[in-house]
Design a protein around this ligand. Structure first.
Ligand SMILES: C[S@@+](CC[C@H](N)C(=O)[O-])C[C@H]1O[C@@H](n2cnc3c(N)ncnc32)[C@H](O)[C@@H]1O
Length: 463
């Protein structure tokens, strides 16, 4: 039977594809099956058919894979937060290692790279130090709620259904954030309902409440609550702040970011400090960091320590090197490396992050790191000296192609590339492979129960 949209097939899932979907072949055509894992025998319905591949969804699990587990979270399978809770954790690690290998070979076009097994912190729940919950005026109902009489359909606060911008689940408990975060979320939810002030409609762009961002510092057991609204209404937020601070003594700051921009971003055009500090303090190794509401900080603190340890190993510094850190955020990698380098220079585009980085150096008594504010593609061409080692830790999109050209022109002896997206890492490796050998790669599991992968690659200039 030929593969067509609307047709059903019985198949065995044989692999995992990038993006966490199950993979199989029907009549030699690649088929990607949502919510399935290798070893599942499933009846699937073809939902999309293209020349090179098809997409399908599971109609029935005929025989579950031996790697299927009971997910503790009741939103598992519906929530975009973590899509792999039903997959055995050891298998998650194996698939991540394999995906790094596969993408480096297929997209990076580099064969036989040494990819070490993915390492984990061992803490696979309650690990996220930052969560961002969206508000909606029209929450997405769970299957058991559909058709229930008297079910309230309006306001919801939580995470998105995968791949959607407007479908928000009303999440009561999230397993990947620390437990107190769920109580703070519940307190904010109740206050919003009782306030009678409408939530921001993701389609209408009307309404007040937009996001709730929570940051947690495990080192100091403190919380930052950042409420993102469309307008500045202190009369609405002051009573909420009072309730939060009284109920949760470990909240060290309450912040209000205000933005009327239609884009669903939680960074405000202005920021009000409603209580406490404008930052949260956390620790990585022996170093202390102050992180503002809108600055980047790795979301898994223990994972970040493993990651930076690997960056340090791969950089092989002796104390005499000049290091250039592209995409330096709040200065965490430069500070981590400061004791073993002569000088570290960081470049970062977010102003608050550069300010945090400067303050963080002072706090930690570090005097050999400097930071430049700006877009890397504009800053790099004007740099005169050549670094010995370059650290590159870009956002998911990877490097701009002009930045890659510039890196090749600067030609550092060694590059340590930290990536949260093996596909863009592989694309950039492909652009650099004539000049650089990929020596080894180490995936670090910063995001248990999700298909997201963090990986460090060590590149050495060809002789
Ligand atoms: C993945 S984070 C890495 C931050 C840091 N290395 C760390 O480990 O915390 C990427 C950083 O790149 C910054 N960034 C994104 N695009 C940039 C650009 N074009 N120029 C400079 N910095 C940029 C972001 O603001 C963010 O802080």
């Amino acid at each position: 039977m030929s593969v067509k949209r609307g047709k059903a097939f019985e198949v065995e899932i044989t692999d995992v594809a990038f993006g966490g979907k199950g993979f199989t072949k029907i009549n030699d055509l690649a088929v990607f099956v949502d919510k399935s894992i290798p070893g599942d025998v499933v009846k699937v319905l073809i939902t999309k058919k293209k020349k090179q591949f098809a997409e399908a969804r599971v109609l029935e699990i005929i025989k579950p894979s031996e790697y299927r587990k009971n997910a503790p979270c009741s939103y598992s399978g519906y929530c975009g937060g973590c899509k792999w809770q039903f997959l055995d954790y050891e298998k998650q690690l194996d698939y991540k290692t394999k995906q790094v290998k596969d993408t480096t070979e297929h997209i990076g076009k580099v064969k036989d790279v040494k990819v070490h097994p993915t390492i984990s912190t061992g803490q696979i729940y309650n690990y996220r130090n930052k969560m961002e919950f969206s508000c909606s005026d029209e929450r997405w109902l769970m299957p058991e709620e559909l058709g229930q009489e008297g079910i309230k359909k309006g306001f919801g606060i939580g995470l998105h259904v995968p791949g959607t911008f407007s479908k928000v689940l009303d999440i009561k408990k999230c397993y990947i954030q620390p437990e107190d975060g769920n109580e703070i979320l519940e307190t904010v939810r109740q206050y919003i309902i009782d306030s009678g002030v409408p939530a921001y409609g993701l389609k209408s762009h009307e309404g007040f409440w937009r996001f709730l961002m929570l940051r947690y510092s495990a080192a100091y057991d403190k919380w930052m609550v950042n409420i993102i609204t469309k307008e500045n209404k202190p009369e609405v937020l002051k009573p909420l702040t009072d309730i939060l601070v009284e109920k949760f003594p470990n909240i060290s700051s309450v912040i209000n970011n205000i933005t009327a921009r239609k884009a669903g971003v939680s960074i405000g055009e202005s920021e009000e400090i409603l209580y406490g500090d404008s930052f949260i303090k956390d620790k990585l190794g022996n170093y202390e960091f102050e992180v503002s509401a809108n600055s980047f900080f790795q979301t898994n603190t223990k994972g970040a320590e493993l990651l930076y340890k690997c960056v340090e190993d791969y950089a092989e510094l002796t104390g005499n090197e000049v290091v250039l850190d592209l995409y330096s955020g709040t200065g965490t990698i430069p500070i981590w490396l400061s004791a073993s380098a002569k000088e570290v220079l960081g470049i970062e585009i977010i102003e608050s992050a550069v300010k945090d980085a400067g303050k963080n150096c002072e706090k930690n008594g570090v005097d050999n790191c400097k930071f430049i504010l700006g877009d890397i593609k504009d800053v790099l061409p004007s740099m005169e000296s050549k670094p010995d080692v370059m650290i590159i830790d870009p956002p998911r999109v990877g490097m701009h192609k002009n930045v890659v050209k510039q890196v090749l022109k600067m030609a550092p002896e060694k590059i340590v590339y930290v990536s949260c997206n093996p596909s863009t890492l592989a694309r950039d490796i492909d652009l650099m492979k004539d000049d650089y050998d990929v020596i080894e790669m180490q995936p670090v599991d910063m995001f248990p129960h999700t298909y997201h992968i963090e990986v460090v690659a060590k590149l050495r200039k060809k002789r």
